[in-house]
Design a protein around this ligand. Structure first.
Ligand code: ADP
Length: 613
């Protein structure tokens, strides 16, 4: 027999093992789920490999998982006839962590400090065996006919050894040598309970000490009335690797235009929000109960990656390869039908239970917004699902674009909105008052992505979406309150300001927008506004220089005073005008140097105070 090779674990593996072994996590039993799920993956890969028709070692073995317990030796053995591992694969897969997801997981663990909960939600895979074992052996032969018979062994501390053996069947057999205090996992009844709890939906037979345990039921093929609430929840927890119940469940079957049997779930929470990086697609593609791809990239649009579930269609050719699947018109059609159905479902749920929908929205609205930007063909349905406050809602209550349209005034044909970090910022800012005064509703959007989302959306039910801080909005005349500067003084002030401020702004106008503010800066049509500029900068692009238009309020006392100073104290008037312009540009997010605006303000105040004393 050949020599034993000693290997060190990669640093990340040691770190993970340390967390796994020393975490206070009480549900040690999940290691059974993790190992069975790995075995199931290996069988799945084997089934796909067989479709290729290449020579396979141990060709005729059944695709199944055999679990055996030995309470005298205190071992539990989990054996599969899957693809097995070559020597390189043992080193690569069981000695290093290549997946960025796992690295991200480690990072999140470090940051959260509460390992228990994170481990509960994310299986830690193979290494979870070391929660209960003082030694794990892996006996294996790869499906490749020329591979070696191998034995891998480790105590989960610093490293592992690999040596050649004889007589292995295809696949992997894990022998878990239990620590004294975890001897319970070597008893048949305990393991049976665990398999029934976590692994009932594994797509291959799972036998325990020679007896079949799981039911391998494709519940998505059953009719809704034959599936209990509990079954849906269990199924979700199994495919979603989650310990929470799903938030929404959609069981959908159709006969035309395609035969579809599917169940889609919305998870309780959004993992991306918790800092786990981009989620992989979570809806598996099946044909007559047989898994074609567990995480197909092109089936559903990318924004739907938070959805978990299965889509089964008899119309797919069983031997469709993952590569050809990506371009298949049938898959595209299937994805399209499912996307529409899912959107309709959300629309219905949102109406049926607004509070429940609000909870969903809080966690998942990012995906809907991403969809608005990404999926042109579903844009309007996605836009219908957006929720926001407006001038017509109380704080904390939301409305929709459809309701907005119902409330629109006669002759109004645009939907107005403003984007700012808080409702208060919008309500105290200079842009809203012109709309309020005219009884025009303005939608409040409070996330920085909203600008881009609404800009991309452009319209809803043929009503144009218009940012209320744009210079090109035509507003009707309304009765003005308060005495205004004379037309002549206004014109003179406007001309003088346009000239004085020519370096800072495109031009100055007297406007009807303002009530309580002296002046406001308006972004010119088609120029990127403050949020867009910030985004361009974040992406390393140079935002084009924007020269805004200033609108002054000729009824405001400050403007009237400025008009007086214009001839009486031209020097001071110029300083004040420049400062006011800087302030307005800063408020509009168009200033490149906020610090300078503030120090300019201080200087001006000081100057005014000294002239008073
Ligand atoms: P994950 O399963 O999430 O990828 P694991 O740590 O559980 O992470 O496993 C690491 C890798 O080891 C797997 O991706 C797979 O390539 C390999 N592996 C684990 N168990 C088996 C098995 N029973 N048969 C073949 N390969 C396996």
């Amino acid at each position: 027999m050949s020599e034993v090779q000693q290997h060190e674990f990669q640093a990340e593996v040691k770190q993970l093992l340390d967390i796994v072994i020393h975490s206070l996590y009480t549900d040690k039993e999940i290691f059974v789920r993790e190992l069975i799920s790995n075995a199931s993956d290996a069988l799945e890969k084997m089934r796909l490999q067989q479709l290729k028709g290449e020579p396979v070692f141990d060709e005729n073995l059944p695709l199944e998982i055999n679990v055996t317990t030995d309470d005298t030796a205190k071992t539990i053995t989990i054996a599969d006839y899957g693809i097995g591992l070559t020597r390189e694969e043992l080193v690569e897969n069981l000695g290093t962590i290549a997946k960025s997801g796992t690295k991200g997981f480690l990072q999140a663990l470090k940051e959260s400090g509460d390992s228990a909960d994170v481990i509960g939600q994310f299986g830690v895979g193979f290494y979870s065996a070391f929660m209960v074992a003082d030694k794990v052996e892996v006996l294996t032969h790869s499906w490749r006919p020329d591979a070696d018979h191998l034995r891998w062994e480790s105590d989960g501390a610093t490293g592992y050894s690999i040596e050649e053996t004889e007589g292995q069947r295809r696949g992997a057999k894990l022998i878990v040598h239990l620590k004294e205090e975890f001897a319970e996992f070597a008893t048949s009844s305990r393991i049976k309970g665990i398999i029934e709890k976590y692994s009932n939906f594994v797509g291959f037979p799972v036998n325990l000490n020679g007896e079949r345990v799981n039911t391998v039921e494709a519940i998505w093929l059953k009719s809704k009335s034959d599936v209990s609430e509990e079954e849906y929840k269990d199924f979700y927890k199994f495919i979603g690797h989650d310990h929470q119940d799903p938030r929404y469940t959609l069981h959908f079957s159709a006969d035309a235009p395609l035969v579809i049997n599917s169940i889609l779930f919305v998870p309780d929470d959004n993992m991306e929000r918790m800092g786990f990086g981009q989620t992989a697609p979570g809806v598996g593609l099946y044909c007559k109960k047989v898994l074609i791809d567990a995480a197909p990239e092109k089936l559903l649009p990318e924004w739907m990656r938070f959805v978990k579930g299965v889509i089964d269609s008899e119309d797919l050719p069983l031997n469709i390869s993952r590569e050809s699947m990506q371009d298949s018109a049938l898959v595209k059609k299937l994805g399209d039908v499912m996307t529409k159905r899912f959107l309709k479902f959300l629309e219905k749920e949102a109406k049926a239970d607004e509070e429940k929908y609000a909870e969903f929205y809080k966690r998942f609205s990012r995906f809907l917004k991403e969809g608005v930007v990404q999926s042109y063909e579903h844009q309007e349905s996605l836009a219908s699902l957006l929720r926001f406050e407006s001038t017509m809602t109380e704080p904390g209550k939301t409305t929709t674009f459809a309701e907005y349209i119902d409330r629109m005034k006669d002759g109004q044909d645009e939907i107005y909105y403003l984007v700012a970090p808080t409702r208060e910022a919008i309500e105290t800012g200079p842009y809203l008052e012109a709309f309020k005064k005219r009884g025009l509703e303005v939608c409040f959007f409070l996330e920085s992505v909203d600008d881009y989302v609404l800009e991309t959306l452009g319209q809803y039910k043929e009503k144009k979406l218009v940012a209320a801080d744009r210079a090109d909005i035509e507003l009707d005349d309304v009765a003005e309150e308060g005495e205004s500067l004379s037309e002549e003084s206004t014109k003179s002030l406007v001309d003088w300001m346009t000239k004085t401020l020519s370096e800072k702004v495109d031009r100055v106008d007297a406007g009807k927008r303002l009530v309580s503010h002296p002046l406001v800066a308006l972004t010119p049509k088609d120029a990127p506004n403050a949020h867009m500029r910030a985004m361009m900068k974040a992406m390393g692009e140079d935002a084009p220089e924007v020269k805004a238009r200033l609108e002054i309020n000729p009824r405001h006392s400050l403007i009237k005073k400025l008009s007086g100073f214009q001839t009486k104290k031209p020097e001071l008037a110029e300083k004040v005008a420049k400062q006011l312009a800087d302030n307005a540009l800063l408020a509009a997010g168009l200033s490149d140097n906020p610090g300078k605006v503030v120090s300019g303000m201080s200087d001006l105040v000081e100057e005014l105070m000294s002239s008073e004393s």
